[in-house]
Design a binder for this molecule. Sequence first.
Ligand code: ADP
Ligand code: MG
Ligand code: ZN
Length: 494
Amino acid sequence: MEYEPVIGLEVHAELLTRSKMYCACAVVDSTVAEPNRYVCPVCAGMPGTLPVVNQRAIEFALRVALALNCEVAPQNVFARKNYFYPDLPKGYQISQYELPLARNGFVLLATANGERRVRIRRVHLEEDTGKLFHIDGADGSVPASLVDLNRAGVPLLEIVTEPDITSVAELEAYAKKLRSVLRYLGVNNGDMEKGVIRFEANISVRAAGTTLLNTRTEIKNLNSFRALVRGCEHELARQTAVYRSGGAVQQQTLGWNEARGETYVQRSKEQAHDYRYFPEPDLPPVQVDAAWLAAVRSALPELPDAKLARFRALGLNDYDADVLVAEQATADYFDAALRAAQPVAPAVEAKAIANWISSQLFGLLNSSAVDIEACRVQPAALVQLIHMVQAGRINAGTGKQVLKQMFETGATAEAVVAERGLAQVNDSAEIRAGVAAVIAANAQQVAQYLSGKDTMAKWFFGQAMRALGGQANPALVQQVLDEELQRVRTQAGA
Ligand code: ADP
Ligand code: MG
Ligand code: ZN
């Protein structure tokens, strides 16, 4: 029997507001900040303190809810989720339960099998926990666990899908799209290595073509796209094997060991938590009126889907459009270049600019690990370079060299070309002399060419370009070379 995956994803994303969810402590990068510096009695869970809801966090959450096409609840109720763990000083997390901020949204994915819709079940606000560090004593020190509460109380958004995801590829596409949307909305920097986005995947398999929801397992601490993909592939294979051998999948919570590429059982159904949810008595419900929602909606930036559609309408293919849209900074760069070009023929300009960005500029950015925001080649300067190539003032090969110089020094294309004497050679007499010299110096290759080895024409072209210092007009070189080779052929035949 064939089995198919059924996956629902829970995503936890920190909302990068200035202050924490229920107190005035700063939200800091908890991977670098001095431990326990950004803590007050509220987020340290001291008895008698009172939480206050961070309005900005609600606004950030509303942005996400609207971007994910959700229905927003006009009244939001916070609840206590009770459990004990040393990284949770209050002994409960203030979360949302029966009345989440938003429900019933969807995300559209472009996949190899056409457009897919992943429904969003709920989006709710809660707070992050602190962080534990375990010292194992292997180096002779006393085994211990240390707790850092800088992260305790950081606003956390939980985004939960329906079990609509039907392959690991779709899962990855969904997760990447969600990250991109969060970054576009300016609510999360997407820095997965710092744990600001974390995944929990719920997984089951079923007989292909059926609609059954089988027993699922949940994999926690999947903190990179790679872990998400590997963890799910591993678990799907395991469950399929269990059914194939006549067994039954047990409902379990699993952990993911990245180093070993394996899951391990954290707890079984019998050990499931009972969180004893009840409405948070220290916080009044939050009212989200229509005016507030409308204001948030009207301030939303252009989102990836809308940008994709706009770029495609400019004539870019799906690949180019995707590459430009994935990061907002790249899309902004492209838009700025397009404005600088003041295109007479937008499609021509768009295609050329997209090509130069994705093939040349990306190469330079990647090899030097520079972000496009910090790139020394301004969009307008790139356009100037492209126009010089289009006008035949330099050839494309020289253009790449010029871009490298611009990238390293911040100089304009005009300056680089003038300083290094890189202007394209369009003088046909000079080109003819160069081509003739190459033919004269390579009698053996000429003989091969005449004996029917047509590929030698390409070789001669390369030699001629090189002889002319790489700066000759390639179309002209090709034309002159064709003429000269024809002449040689005629002479040989005579
Ligand atoms: P909880 O984790 O609190 O039990 P839910 O029962 O609402 O929450 O489900 C959490 C996630 O599990 C959701 O993303 C949902 O789509 C997914 N899910 C539910 N049933 C299945 C199933 N049979 N197979 C795969 N995913 C499932
Ligand atoms: Mg869950
Ligand atoms: Zn605090």
